[in-house]
Design a binder for this molecule. Structure first.
Ligand code: GPP
Ligand code: MG
Ligand code: MG
Length: 352
């Protein structure tokens, strides 16, 4: 028997997803245009904020919605695919909101190869308002495009629930910076909890769930539970990669300058370093971690290199890949296992 393969998006479909962005933006603006109030003062700014913060990423999350839908429904109509693109863009808009906020909290300099939004001279603290603007824009888009669909309420509820999970994760992540005793606080168990909430739910689980809800599989509890488990595993791996790239990535490729060391983050690299350190190295790590001084940051980076954390990461990456593939192969037949393998492959050994 020939193994079934996952359905991918055609180039035309990817193009349609891309062009849906300007259509959505126009629809939003048009909705405000007829107002007698001088709303253009705000909508002009909104267009600027959206164009700067939404369409310039990898669009991994956004594309995952139509990819998932295509693998659950054999012959989708053009209109159904358009809905999947819209749901994809809603996640990209939420992601834009999260990134604007995250960069303020992490005191970052660059994102997606350009200065962080809050760093622009004419933005500054306005960026706080813009995170609310972007987040609520996603709901506006849902209302405009999805409100007549039978799954509208389901999508709304799940989006609210997962956004709140992400916010709770971010709360845990930021609290770690103030730990009195980082050696005691930064455990692998704690790391797993933070990552599950701040990253995995909205990055990996939400796009697949959207595709499944559209396909009428949103209330199939048994399948949803299995999918949640797999996608959270992939999400954990995704954040470990993000932590690795924060120190070892090429800034020209990642588009961002790492901040985890000076921000004293509960990072996967720090936890690995503690496990491999001798007493002297540990003292050095603790003396230099969490200080925004170039020399101290470099000292920690050198220590990570001396401890050969790149090799530890490569080994982790190969093992986790095999473990997840094994789990995928044990999924019940009513789930398209090849889809999950393809999603995992999309991020395997990623450089950005
Ligand atoms: C990634 O962590 C997590 C997020 C971007 C979620 C933020 C959520 C909010 C509710 C604001 P990270 O800080 O490692 O991301 P990056 O490396 O991209 O800065
Ligand atoms: Mg952060
Ligand atoms: Mg990071």
């Amino acid at each position: 028997m020939v193994e079934p393969t996952a359905v991918t998006l055609t180039n035309d479909e990817i193009q349609e997803f891309e062009s849906m962005y300007s259509e959505i933006l126009e629809a939003v603006i048009k909705d405000y245009e007829n107002s007698k109030d001088q709303l253009y003062l705000a909508t002009d700014w909104m267009v600027k904020a959206i164009n700067y913060n939404v369409p310039k990423g990898k669009k991994l999350r956004g594309l995952m919605v139509p990819i998932t839908y295509r693998n659950f429904v054999k012959n989708p109509t053009k209109e159904e695919m358009r809905m999947a693109y819209v749901l994809g863009w809603c996640i990209e808009i939420l992601q834009g909101a999260c990134l604007v906020a995250d960069d303020i909290m992490d005191k970052s300099e660059t994102r997606r190869g350009q200065p962080c939004w809050y760093k622009l001279e004419d933005v500054g603290l306005m960026a706080v308002n813009d995170t609310f603007m972007l987040e609520n824009l996603a709901y506006k888009v849902l209302k405009l495009y999805v409100s007549k669909e039978p799954y509208y309420m389901e999508v709304l509820e799940i989006t609210h629930e997962i956004t709140l999970k992400t916010i709770l994760g971010q709360c845990m992540d930021c609290h770690m910076e103030n730990s009195d005793d980082i050696l005691e606080s930064f455990t692998m168990d704690r790391y797993s909890s933070i990552v599950k909430y701040k990253t995995s739910y909205y990055t990996m689980y939400l796009p697949v769930l959207f595709g499944m809800i559209m396909a009428g599989r949103g209330r199939d509890q048994k399948s949803i539970q299995k999918v949640e488990e797999i996608m959270l595993d992939i999400g954990h791996y995704f954040q470990v990669q993000d932590d690795f790239l924060d120190c070892f990535g090429n800034e020209d490729v990642t588009g961002k300058i790492g901040t985890d060391i000076q921000d004293s983050k509960c990072s996967w690299l720090f936890i690995q370093a503690v496990q491999k350190c001798n007493d002297k190295e540990l003292e050095c790590l603790l003396n230099n971690y969490g200080c925004n001084e170039r020399g101290k940051i470099e000292r920690v980076k050198r220590l990570y290199k001396d401890l050969e954390l790149e090799n530890v990461f490569r080994e982790y990456e190969n093992n986790v890949y095999l473990e997840i593939v094994d789990k995928i192969q044990k999924l019940p037949v009513e789930l398209p296992g090849k889809l999950f393998e393809m999603l995992l492959l999309k991020i395997f050994q990623r450089q950005n």
